[in-house]
Design a protein around this ligand. Sequence first.
Ligand SMILES: [Zn+2]
Length: 78
Amino acid sequence: MRRIFEFRCTSCGCITERYIDEHIQNTECDECGDRASKIISAPRIELDGTDPVYVSAYDKWAKKREEATRVARERNEG
Ligand SMILES: [Zn+2]
């Protein structure tokens, strides 16, 4: 499965991003062409419902919708 991974160069220390098969552990540095090894970290974009950005966006949407529903109900009752 391909994902975006970050690799840190063993020579210059810069970060190279690659959309690459997850079993690949090393790539070439974009800056110097030396070996860069994979940084083990969670992918930054993951819409599985546990991503904080995604959760807060959903939360916002849910609150807005709740509010809209409440206002509509009050209008109907009034
Ligand atoms: Zn480098």
